[in-house]
Design a protein around this ligand. Sequence first.
Ligand SMILES: NC(=O)c1ccc[n+]([C@@H]2O[C@H](COP(=O)([O-])OP(=O)(O)OC[C@H]3O[C@@H](n4cnc5c(N)ncnc54)[C@H](O)[C@@H]3O)[C@@H](O)[C@H]2O)c1
Length: 313
Amino acid sequence: MPALPPYAYTGPVDCTIAPNPGQLKGKSVIVTGGANGMGETTVRKFAEAGAFVTIADLNVERGEQVAKELGPNAQFVQCNIVNWDDQVRVFEAAVANSPSKSCDIVIANAGININAAPVKPKLSIVDVNLTGTLYTWKLAIHYFRRQPDTEDRDRCFIITGSMVAWIDSPANWQYTCTKYALRGLMRVARRSSWEQGIRINYVAPCYIKSAIRSPTYEAELVAKGVEFAPQEAVARCFMRIATDRTINGHSLMITPPSVAKEGFKDVDMDDYDNKEADEYEYFKRTQEMQLRIIEDRWVEGWSKARTAEGGLK
Ligand SMILES: NC(=O)c1ccc[n+]([C@@H]2O[C@H](COP(=O)([O-])OP(=O)(O)OC[C@H]3O[C@@H](n4cnc5c(N)ncnc54)[C@H](O)[C@@H]3O)[C@@H](O)[C@H]2O)c1
């Protein structure tokens, strides 16, 4: 497998190119929050394409049911992503039980959005969406680096973010903070993860029908004219990223078919290079300086020289 090039802005991803499911055959994929909603739809599509999928979710009943239906192409591991040891078990199980004994694609999708009473906030949304996903990222790096960096393997991390990382969603402060933060993780990681053959991308759904909202609230939104996008569009977007190793450092948003007939498009707002206005000049200059003076320290003594396995030279 050729080493990934450094992140550089090369224009938006061509979302009209259909994902090639053949690329997923033999890949080992972890989906957190894979027992329900868009995660479940993704699990089904990836398994159908021949991947071995590890469903990591709190919901034992649904998780076991989905894994049972998918037979040898899936397993369920009970996991609260806030719990580090739970996530270690997920990654160990993905490597141990996948036919390829690997971990190629990680979709950090588990997330919540519930409104609690206005007392001292527990910040549970931050715990799950941010701390839990950072645990997933940390473990993904570790397990990606342990397997050979070869043509038939991948090192692909996908974050389920949200459109609220670009638009203002009144009152949704805790949730919005987490999704902005995850967008930040993608942006900082894309600058150096390629040194380890790892690519990272962000997927931003807007309105997708799922258990994240109560049926009453969902009906209210529809009555107010909200256009929901299908869960299949999210799964297809994950698949487009997971099957094309040239995609690194992008944010793709999920849209209703009236906006993009493929169901998703590149947000194309994560770079200054494509902006002409003079006020971006200082941003550009500062960005270039940061890249020149700061190196990511993957492990003690790390330098940019990368072995084929992504380890130290
Ligand atoms: N539905 C939307 O309109 C929408 C919009 C933008 C972003 N999102 C994001 O999409 C992702 C998936 O949400 P969904 O809409 O499919 O919701 P969902 O509630 O249908 O599914 C979420 C799944 O995550 C699991 N989960 C929740 N907390 C967990 C934890 N601590 N550990 C492990 N598993 C956990 C749940 O059991 C469930 O199976 C979330 O990150 C959410 O923020 C959803």
